[in-house]
Design a protein around this ligand. Structure first.
Ligand code: GLU
Length: 494
């Protein structure tokens, strides 16, 4: 009796066609590592560049690896990064559901269809999961491969547990094409009759992936090159079904050094870690885009791109075959560029929580402090330590008052502060302009270099040698009373 094909025909009819469709298909592991973020970004860029559709699919077939709250990390990261999806578990779409665990029945049906067509077979052998995982399963030795379909079906009907295995052609080779790596040919004898459907009726990861990519109309499959070795088996599956093979785009890994991939286990940062280390989302995205992709033509020398600009110029041909090395210094450089390019308001908004980690006094103006920091920090996390002196005058030694370049020593500094205190006390208003001209006039009157006066004032006001901002800005932010109190503390020390 011919198989009823109406289910499959309906599924085919639902597949959107005619436009680029890409998907990011993370497994919910609980964090977004840099390589994953890059895959998401490239996948999104290919869709946006081509005016296509970007889909989010959750690949949770491996129930043993499920992590509580893990999908939230995915949604949150994608939203923060602006990698908006057009279809997905939360927004729905024409080929829903978009969570693999909700598509379980579909995979079973397709596995049985493949059996029917001779490209897969029921296997009743008892094999442990570890034998399976190690891949040391010898196809020629599997008696089930040569069972007749009638015989196998009878055993299935009798209730014998089974898996469904892919029937890899006996001899010959399989050639598939990858957009980055070109044509790759493998001997079929090197491929194992991988399990497609497990004893519990759940699909294996590799099978679900192919079924979904087809049924979701995916035109470009972007993923890490660790999947390259499974690609021939994917290819054989597409052909077995008579489906069009999507464009494969396998990206080389992001490495921590010449020899090792980045890994959470070795303490390499995830996207969330980088955020916590004070990096801006925009800078992370910009840097990650260039990890393994480079602009060409007129833009070849350019480094700074917004997401919209990337979407405009991104092309698959710019993706590199060689692994990229993640360089935190380079990311820091990007971050500094992005911090500097922000509007003062935006920078203040980003910096304020960090300023508030050490500066709690409400009289201290965080906007003025932020203005000092914007050109002087590479990561937001440097801020708390840099500005702590505003809150509390650090304990310091009087040798800080000695500075050759400013021509100061302890004795000179004492004289400077003795004149500065009454001059500042008399100021009518406490603005940067008034403080500035007061100190300039004073230096002129005392016939010393400006620096000779500014150095001791800044040291006494801040209590440390390195400060964001100069004497005038620091005095202004501290306010008259606190500033004068600190200058007097300095005098006492001297
Ligand atoms: N779920 C896979 C992963 O998280 C993605 C594989 C693919 O994109 O095909 O690595």
């Amino acid at each position: 009796m011919a198989m009823d094909m109406s289910y499959f025909d309906e599924m085919e009819a639902k597949i959107p066609r005619g436009k680029i469709r890409t998907r990011f298909a993370p497994s919910p592991t609980g964090y977004m590592h840099v390589g994953n973020l890059r895959t998401a970004l490239y996948t999104w860029l290919i869709a946006r560049h081509g005016g296509g559709t970007f889909i989010l699919r959750i690949e949770d077939t491996d129930q043993g690896r499920l992590v509580e709250g893990a999908t939230d990390v995915i949604y949150r990261t994608m939203a923060e990064c602006g990698l908006t999806h057009d279809e997905g578990p939360d927004v729905g779409g024409p080929v829903a559901p978009y969570i693999q665990s909700e598509r379980r029945d579909t995979y079973g049906k397709y596995a049985h269809l493949l059996v029917e067509r001779g490209h897969a077979y029921y296997c009743f052998c008892e094999k442990t999961e570890s034998e399976e995982d190690a891949g040391d399963f010898n196809r020629a030795a599997d008696p089930c491969r040569s069972l007749s379909l009638e015989e196998a079906r009878a055993r299935v009907e009798a209730g014998e547990p089974y898996v469904i295995r892919q029937r890899i052609p006996e001899g010959g080779t399989t050639t598939f094409h990858d957009a980055i790596f070109g044509d790759i040919t493998v001997e079929n004898s090197a491929l194992d009759d991988q399990v497609l459907l497990k004893r519990d009726g759940l699909p294996t990861y590799n099978f679900a992936n192919v079924i979904d990519d087809h049924l979701m109309g995916i035109t470009h499959v972007v993923r890490g090159s660790e999947y390259l070795s499974s690609a021939p088996k994917y290819d054989l599956l597409y052909h077995a079904f008579g489906w069009e093979v999507p464009t494969y785009v396998h990206c080389s890994p992001v490495m921590r050094d010449q020899h090792n991939k980045m890994s959470k286990r070795h303490g390499d940062p995830s996207y969330e870690d980088l955020k916590a280390q004070g990096y801006l989302t925009e800078a992370i995205l910009n840097y990650v885009a260039l990890l393994g992709w480079s602009p060409r033509g007129e833009q070849a020398e350019r480094e700074v791109f917004s997401l919209a600009e990337l979407a405009e110029i991104f092309d698959i041909a710019g993706i590199s075959k060689s692994p990229a090395i993640f360089d935190i210094e380079k990311l820091t450089h990007f971050n500094a560029l992005y911090l500097r390019a922000m509007s003062p308001e935006a920078f203040h908004a980003a910096a304020e929580p960090y300023i508030r980690r050490t500066v709690n006094n409400p009289a201290l103006d965080t906007r003025a402090i932020a203005a000092l920091l914007q050109a002087r920090c590479e990561r937001l996390t440097e801020i708390p330590e840099k500005v702590a002196f505003f809150e509390t005058l650090p304990h310091y030694e009087k040798d800080l008052f000695t500075n050759k370049k400013s021509k100061t020593n302890e004795e000179v500094s004492k004289r400077m502060l003795e004149s500065a205190v009454p001059a500042l006390e008399e100021l009518a208003d406490w603005t940067q302009e008034s403080i500035h001209s007061c100190l300039m006039d004073l230096a002129a009157k005392l016939e010393v270099k400006n620096a000779t006066l500014m150095w001791p004032v800044r040291i006494a006001a801040a209590g440390q040698a390195v400060t964001p901002g100069g004497a005038v800005e620091i005095c202004q932010i501290l306010g008259r009373d606190e500033c004068l109190r600190r200058l007097k503390v300095g005098l006492e020390l001297l």
